[in-house]
Design a protein around this ligand. Sequence first.
Ligand code: CA
Length: 230
Amino acid sequence: MERILIIEDDSTILYALSELLKEEGFGAAAVKSLQEAFREDIREYCLILLDLGLPDGEGWAFLERLHAEGKEEEAPPVIILTAREEERDIIRGLDMGADDYVTKPFKTGVLISRIRAVLRRRGKAMRSTQALTCGNIRLDKQKTIVTAGGREISLTAGEFRLLQYLMENKERTLTRNVLLAHFWDNDGEFVNDNTLTVMVKRLREKLGSGSRQYIHTVRGIGYKMEDADD
Ligand code: CA
């Protein structure tokens, strides 16, 4: 059974969440503080639900530790579950590597579908080897070839990497900072905010009007690539 770790100090929410997850066929384990969370072997879980306001600190510290210990690769996906709904908190959470952000009070159906979407995405990412697809776009990592509707598209190295990163994180909102940091890490090459905007614009143009709908602008936050049309 797939188990989900809930990091949440509110007993009422904790109880409701545990029951909900069990009904949906997941196992659930709960901890009520950061210190308890740090003692868990997170590799045993398929996903983590993280509250931000905890008695011994903020949920950010949990994400920071994953980052500091370089554990993101082996860590399960994290969904932040919080009453804070300000854009800057959402951006901060996504910037720090959270896979999604759900605000309280939440509709149980919505939370479950977000959980399933994150798990699906993670499963696909693990399986994806050489070819990535999104709608009629196909990217072959090995051969570094991109086609849209079977037509080969000529991209610069930067555009190719941007598209690959968007496709590897399909259905996930990537903040501008995450995208910029990704380029920085890979190349030590400076890509600024304007360059990013221009690259996305060129990429959309090259992929053709038929694929314009695949790269979505998430207003004020960043970009997201999706199969579905608007
Ligand atoms: Ca709390």
